[in-house]
Design a protein around this ligand. Structure first.
Ligand SMILES: [Zn+2]
Length: 130
């Protein structure tokens, strides 16, 4: 129950992630709960992640609140440590996470840097996940 406020704070994002997880599940993908996070993969979410803008080659996975969406089940395993850093970021920033993430990426882009790789949220996730 100590974590309930964190789930509530991230809830607006989680609801969006849940809609995507439902889409994955309804279109042939799968889902499960792993360490308090809904993990969904496949279905129509896979081609969307493959074409995600600003990420060269698309994304293997993406975190939206307490939901992680991945192209495949194997991608969930490979990206779990990285995506859990994003879950913690959602717990810290709550509804402000998405605008903060977009602004941080735009700021890096405006400075001539990579909006994804140089985004401080990604820098933190990559530094903690190796
Ligand atoms: Zn990331």
């Amino acid at each position: 129950m100590k974590r309930l406020p964190l789930y509530l704070w991230a809830c607006p994002n989680t609801l969006v992630g849940l809609a995507w997880a439902l889409l994955a599940r309804a279109t042939g993908g799968g889902w499960s709960i792993h360490t308090g996070v809904i993990e969904a993969h496949g279905g129509w979410v896979k081609p969307i992640l493959e074409r995600l803008p600003f990420v060269r080659g698309g994304a293997m996975a993406i975190t939206i609140g307490h939901v992680v969406l991945a192209q495949t089940r194997a991608a969930l395993d490979v990206t779990r440590t990285h995506e859990r850093v994003h879950v913690k970021q959602y717990e810290r920033w709550g509804p402000l996470f998405t605008p903060a993430y977009v602004l941080a990426g735009a700021w890096q882009w405006a400075r001539g840097n990579d909006p994804y790789r140089d985004n401080p949220f990604e820098v933190e996730a990559y530094s903690e996940s190796g």
